[in-house]
Design a protein around this ligand. Sequence first.
Ligand code: ADP
Ligand code: GLC
Length: 489
Amino acid sequence: MKLLFVTSEAYPLVKTGGLGDVAYSLPVALQRADVDVRLLLPGYRELLRKLRSVQILGWLELQGAGQVHTVRILQSQHPDYPFPLWIVDCPALFDRPGNPYLQPNGYDWADNAERFTVFSRAAAELARDALGIGWTPDVVHAHDWQTGLVPAFLDMLPQRPQRVFTIHNMAYGGHFSQADFVNLHLPSYWWSAEGAEFYGGFSMLKAGIVYSDVVTTVSPTYAREICTPAFGYGMDGLLQSRSYKLHGILNGVDNDVWNPATDPQLPAHYSADAIQPGKSQNKAALLQRFGVKNPAEHLPFPLLGMVSRLVEQKGVDLIINAIPSLLASTDARFVLIGAGHGYFEQRLRELAAQHPERVFVFIGYDEQLAHLLEAGADMFLMPSRFEPCGLNQMYSLRYGTPPLVLHTGGLADTVVDTSAVNLEQGIADGFVFHEPLTSALKGTILRAIDYFYQPTVWQHIQTTGMKHAFGWDNSAAAYLALYKKGASQ
Ligand code: ADP
Ligand code: GLC
């Protein structure tokens, strides 16, 4: 089976969040299952810089906004990838510094509609082997709004591959104006309530949902939630009507990247059978990284961590609001890393400045520090208001750092609350609360801290989580089954 995997980010080349992790681990797991994969990415500056040698596969003339772009398709190898990478090289659209979607001032690039339309057109052209390479995919798998137009462009081919579209987050709809639609010369038949039109503009996410053969999202609970008004962002009716082709497949944890027994980013290794002293050594190293001179004095007290995009989704405000009273009523320490909205960044900086002995904050994106935090913290805070899947709670389970989560989306599917019954059954591995309220989060933190001071029970909770297998192989097998179903139709 031949698979063209189309994504706007992929670890370790370019990553802003979980999509980057998935777009690395899933195709690699599929390749292990004998799928012949090509991974297609935009040629961002940061990405091209990481590639050693590239080969030009050919040139495509692609319609942009009021102009035609001559785009080079490059092929490259990368040591982390066991199959070729294909790159859409169009400097006018992608040779820019920093984040793939945002300008340095934090606003979207003004030409994002054009950038991802041209990228999607390139994917559709490659899917019909427009360059005459002799490789035609059986399946094209696109992800999120940035590649939502791929299934739509493929709709116009007389003979087309199976089109699979994965929603990683309904909150980002890829909404653009009618003027963009016209400038980009998009086909007029898409402009309808049954097509890509959405409240007077158009949505690339909607196009992906409408024109693909199979729609997936990244957890079973989120697949149900997005069919309701509270989580559907106006597309719940559409999704309900397409429920025959909607599937929820949980993401996995990449054992080569996130494994406390081998993680090269950690100063000390440990495993479920021998958590100590490795975990405490990482805790000391994490505190030292934040300038703590006497880490040993902090070791007996609970260290609560967070790694997150600082956006409303993640419930960062709940954490910020809970911290002052928790500092007063407990011995907890906090280590928080993230980047995002300036308001949250500012509030976190203020907390760290007010409590330099107990609140440690890093504002920015640091992959290595994220690993050290997963290993060094005692608990992981993830009170997301909604969470399509969430990877960090699975990483923290794997790292013996019980997560505290709201019962929603993938968090509900992966974390088992430490209730008396679950504890007795040996399945408790974290702490779950049900209302997105500061008081509920605080109560849950206090409950978790109580258990933290009962070392035998705590170790039991840690070990249960560490042994919980969230490998990619099961998820890859579920995707493969969907690919095959379509291919045989
Ligand atoms: P989302 O994709 O919604 O951001 P996930 O939990 O699925 O949430 O994935 C987040 C990924 O991004 C994880 O790999 C996490 O470690 C990483 N990440 C998020 N923020 C940062 C940061 N500031 N520094 C390093 N890694 C980060
Ligand atoms: C999105 C979601 C997150 C999910 C990730 C990978 O960024 O917010 O919940 O884990 O995609 O699928």
